[in-house]
Design a protein around this ligand. Structure first.
Ligand code: ATR
Length: 294
């Protein structure tokens, strides 16, 4: 069935009443969130605009105070701030508190409340390439920051049979596996040096939750694709204006792989609902990000 989308033809009027939404990250210039959210806001005629703000990690506390002082309605939080922002907010909802990472902040009458919509975003994106979902599946997750915490929490809470964590900094992998004990009965193990092939062979779903593939690492992959094989599916949380190196190389080998756009879309829809109280127009948002890159 063809989906027809009505795009607002009038120029949007920004007035003294227009509310501000946005995303903070570093880097953030690649972000498709402004395109996607503004398309949705215009489509629904809501008096809000969404902008991207590059925030250096050393300026995160200042940026959060600024958002509060300016009365921003809310904002998204992306790499590398998802875990670091937790300590700077006034309140966390139960899921964000359990995961220890925030990707969405809502300004509730001057009080900044942190949410995590990455958890359901990941599960919904995964279902598009792995209909069985996390239940009974074995995951290898590259990364141990905020995005990885959401993925591991989603996997454990949904009965994954095993999670492997591969990370450049071992202590962060250890901290993530320790946290995972509270998220379900799923055993979580660190991929120690020299164990990568063994861990890959013991996984169905390979997830890139690092920032490898972005900015200066655009040509890199978080693990060597030559040891990925046809039994695996690859879920890259990174996206760009063109297909990521991980997705390109995996697909060249005939492996089912998705980049971060599907998860971006799903987490964004939940954030939009939190800020506006409206169901997000998914088709409008999908069309907005499809018009860019791969
Ligand atoms: P977020 O909380 O938003 O996910 P983050 O906490 O900075 O962001 O996490 C980024 C992840 O990407 C981390 O797992 C990081 O590894 P470290 O824990 O060792 O810092 C990983 N990462 C970033 N750049 C990387 C690189 N060049 N090679 C390998 N891993 C990288």
């Amino acid at each position: 069935m063809e989906v027809r989308i009505q795009v607002a033809s009038s120029v949007r009027r920004i007035t003294a009443h227009t509310g501000l939404l946005g995303v903070i990250g570093y880097p953030v210039d690649h972000s498709l969130s402004p395109l996607m959210h503004n398309a949705a806001l215009e489509h629904q005629g809501l008096d809000l605009v969404y902008l991207a703000f590059p925030v250096d990690p050393s300026a995160l506390a200042e940026a959060v105070s600024g958002a509060r002082a300016l009365g921003m309605r809310g904002f998204n939080v992306t790499v590398p701030h998802k875990a670091a922002i937790v300590a700077l907010l006034d309140r966390l909802d139960a899921l964000a508190a359990r995961v220890g990472a925030v990707n969405t902040v809502v300004n509730d009458g001057g009080s900044l409340v942190g949410y995590n919509t990455d958890v359901t975003g990941f599960l919904e994106a995964l279902a598009t390439v792995w209909p069985r979902g996390a239940s009974g599946s074995r995951l290898l997750v590259a990364g141990a920051g905020g995005a990885a915490r959401a993925v591991v929490a989603a996997a454990c809470a949904n009965g994954a049979s095993r999670v492997w964590v591969l990370n450049r900094t071992r202590e962060r992998a250890a901290a993530l596996c320790e946290a995972a004990q509270a998220w379900g009965a799923t055993p979580c193990r660190i991929v120690e040096a020299g164990m990568l092939s063994e861990a890959m062979a013991d996984a169905d779903i390979l997830v890139n939750a690092t920032s490898v593939g972005m900015a200066e690492t655009v040509k890199l992959t978080p693990f060597p694709v030559d040891i990925v094989d046809a039994r695996h599916v690859v879920v890259d949380l990174v996206y760009g204006s063109s297909q990521t190196a991980l997705v390109t190389q995996a697909r060249a080998k005939g492996i089912v792989a998705i980049d971060g756009k599907e998860m971006l879309l799903r987490q964004a829809a939940s954030s939009y609902l939190l800020w506006t109280g409206r169901e997000a127009p998914l088709d409008v948002m999908r069309l907005a990000i499809r018009s860019v890159g791969s």
